[in-house]
Structures are given as C-alpha cells and as structure tokens.
Ligand binder design. Structure first.
Ligand SMILES: Cc1cc2nc3c(=O)[nH]c(=O)nc-3n(C[C@H](O)[C@H](O)[C@H](O)COP(=O)(O)OP(=O)(O)OC[C@H]3O[C@@H](n4cnc5c(N)ncnc54)[C@H](O)[C@@H]3O)c2cc1C
Length: 367
C-alpha cells in the first residue's frame, strides 16, 4: 500500500523534502503551507552555501554539509532538465581572513578537505589582489577560496523544487488555515484544516518558526526562537564597475557580498537576537554597520544605490544544535525537520535525503 506523507511548511526545507520524496515514487505526498511558498525565512536568505569552507570537520554538522554539497550540483542539473533552471553564482566563495594564525588554521582545513576529495586553496594577500582586484585586501592576512561552494537564489530554488515535485505528483495546498493534528496513541492519524482532512502515515514538520505552534499540543514541545537578519540589494552603475569575469561570493567576518551580475549585489546579514521580553525589531545601526563593513572590503559598493532592504527571522533551536532533525519523542510517525537557523538553504538537500532514508528504513530514525 502506498504510504501517505503530509509535509507542513513549504520553505526551502519542506520543498526539498517534497521533491526528494517524490523521486522515490513510493509515497503519496501532500505539502501544506499556511502562507505562500518561500515567504518565511527562505524569502530573506542570501543562499550562500558555506559547506566545504565551513569549519565543521566531523559529526552530524559535517555529514549534513558534505551530503548537501555532494547533492547540490546534481539537484540544480535535475531542476534545469525539468525546465526549472535556478539562478546561482558558480564562482565559489572567498572567505577573507584578518589574522595570520587563522590562515594557518585554514591550511589545516585545506589538508583535511583534500584528504576527502574536496578542494580548498589558501591565498595570501598578493594572490587575492591578483585573482580578485575588486577586493580591498590591505587589512587582511589572506583568505580561503572554495571553488566547490557557491550561492543559489533561495526563492527560485524553492519554487523550482515545488514545481517539479508537483510534476511528480505531489499535491500542493497553500494559504491553508492553521492545521490541527489528530493523534491516537503514538501516531498522528490526520492533519485537519478548515478546508479538508489529510490522513497520513507520516507527518513531516518543516514549518520553520511555525513548527512551534504545530507541536505545542504534543508531548515534546520544541524550543525555537527567532534571530533577525537584515540584508540589502545594491546596484552599481555599469559605467563605474570594472568588469570582472571572476566574481565569487566574498565573505569577511560574517558579512557576505554576493555578486548577482549586471552590477547587482546582495549584502548581508545582521544577526539580531530578541530582547529579554522576547521582542525583536530591526536595528538600523546594525544594518548600517554591515554596509560599512562590506564597503571596506568591496569598495565599488561605495558608489552603489540601495535597491532593496529587507529582513527575515531565522529559526534557531534553543538548547540543541541546528537543525532539529529527528523523530518527535512520543510519536512513531512525526518527524521534525526544522530549526535550520543560519544554514537552511545549505542544509535543505541533506535534510531531505535524511528524511528519505528514514521513511525507507524507519528503524534508523533518530529520536
Ligand atoms: C537575512 C537572512 C540571511 C540568510 N542567509 C542564508 C544563507 O546565506 N544560507 C543559508 O543556508 N541560510 C541562510 N539563512 C537561513 C535560512 O533562510 C533558513 O535557515 C531557512 O530558510 C529555513 O527554511 P525553512 O523551510 O525551515 O523555514 P521557512 O523558510 O521559514 O519556511 C517555513 C514555512 O512554513 C510555513 N508555516 C508556518 N507555520 C505553518 C503551519 N502551522 N502549517 C503549515 N505551514 C506553516 C510558513 O508559511 C513558511 O512558508 C538566512 C536567513 C536570513 C533571515
């Protein structure tokens, strides 16, 4: 009998799960969202995939990153072949480093990655100046260049995943009323909205910050909090820009400059925590500080106009590492795929593949 899967949340994580499950041709899949796809945290993300260049070298954190970076190139090729090409910057990521000691750590990371078949290069100041004259390298010791990491536009990615999932038979229902879970014993029997009931053999909760409300009435309450991020789209007049064929994402102390082509850039992001009362609001000074930092290492941006300024809330788990990827305690058929905090775009493919593994071999589910 075909097993029925209901996925709650159509951000990049839910969309990736729907897509990967749909390829298995074993499940009857429905994805529900109370809003529109990619309008949550995903809609604010820069889509920088810091996988190989990340400092994680072992455990789940590295396994998920490695799995995503192995899957991403194939995934983009599959989506393009299905008529859904996703805009991305394939030039790699250059992470600038201020201190010489950090550069030595970079060299150790390069050796570790090389041993498992990944490429990284450690560049001194002169090499950066030569390879990337658009970068102001005066105050840095050098950088690590990762040719296999890249940037992908999160909203088109999510929409492409959903479009192809739908072609593969996934039922998509957006703008639904807050879904209620009907459970019996250790199983969720169905998800009920004002419009319809969706019986399920598996329930996947991938609703980002909305996962909190969904699990509130269940045995294990999730603890997730928002961390706000502000970002900008900037435009430099093409007359002012010296054309560069090599335009990697450049990152320095958590500020990313993402070249989009045609003089357009994304710059971000702030990291803003709620105050003691749990309130969170955009801090203009922090946003300006991000812009100033970006201009300092990417000087052409000084002449840029701000085309767009936005913010979003990252779902951050409290008291456990991101993401929350496990079976919900007390239930046999509810899986949590949420709380991806700052790396949800990066980790979406690996999250989706883990869910596929678990649905194919439920004895392997981590609780
Ligand atoms: C400024 C900024 C920059 C970022 N940059 C990056 C980056 O460069 N790289 C990276 O990897 N990550 C980045 N992130 C983090 C990334 O955006 C998140 O980790 C990721 O989008 C989480 O995806 P998600 O699908 O879990 O959640 P969301 O995108 O929030 O999607 C959750 C969905 O669930 C729906 N929903 C809510 N409640 C319910 C309910 N009860 N029932 C059904 N549906 C529901 C919502 O409508 C929403 O569509 C950034 C985030 C921000 C804010």
């Amino acid at each position: 009998m075909t097993e029925r899967v209901v996925i709650l949340g159509a951000g990049v994580v839910g969309a990736a799960i729907a897509y990967e499950l749909s390829r298995l041709k074993k499940f009857e899949i429905t994805i529900l969202d109370t809003g529109s796809p990619a309008e949550g945290s995903t809609g604010a993300a820069l889509g920088v995939l810091m996988g190989i260049i990340s400092r994680k070298t072992k455990g789940r954190a590295w396994t998920l990153r490695r799995r995503s970076m192995e899957r991403f190139p194939e995934l983009l090729a599959e989506l393009a072949a299905a008529g859904q090409p996703v805009p991305h910057n394939p030039h790699g990521i250059l992470k600038l480093i201020r201190e010489p000691e950090e550069l030595e750590k970079g060299d150790r990371l390069r050796e570790i990655r090389q041993a498992s078949g990944w490429e990284l290069a450690v560049w001194d100041q002169g090499t950066i100046q030569q390879q990337c004259p658009q970068v102001q390298a005066e105050n840095i010791a050098g950088g690590i260049f990762s040719p296999q990491d890249f940037q992908v536009q999160p909203v088109p990615l999510t929409k492409a995943l959903l479009a192809v999932a739908q072609q593969n038979g996934v039922r998509c229902q957006f703008g639904v009323a807050q879904p209620m879970l009907q459970c019996q014993g250790q199983r969720c029997q169905q998800v009920v909205t004002e419009q319809a009931a969706y019986p399920c053999d598996w329930l996947i909760v991938s609703a980002g910050l909305g996962s909190l409300e969904i699990t509130k009435s269940l045995t294990e309450t999730l603890s997730l909090g928002p961390v706000l991020g502000q970002a900008f789209q900037l435009r430099v007049s093409l007359d002012l820009e010296i054309p560069q064929t090599f335009q990697p994402v450049v990152s320095f102390e958590d500020v990313h400059v993402v070249p989009l082509g045609q003089g357009e850039y994304w710059v971000g992001a702030t990291v803003e925590f709620p105050d003691d009362t749990g309130e969170i609001s955009s801090d203009e000074d922090l946003a300006q500080a991000v812009l100033r930092k970006a201009i300092a290492f990417y000087p052409v941006l000084k002449k840029a106009e701000i085309v767009r300024h936005w913010s979003g809330k990252r779902p951050r788990p409290n008291g456990q590492g991101a993401p929350v990827l496990k079976g919900l305690a007390g239930y046999e058929n509810i899986l949590l795929a949420t709380g991806h905090y700052r790396n949800g775009v990066l980790l979406a493919p690996a999250t989706a593949l883990t869910i596929c593994d678990w649905l194919l071999a439920p004895e392997a589910i981590a609780f």
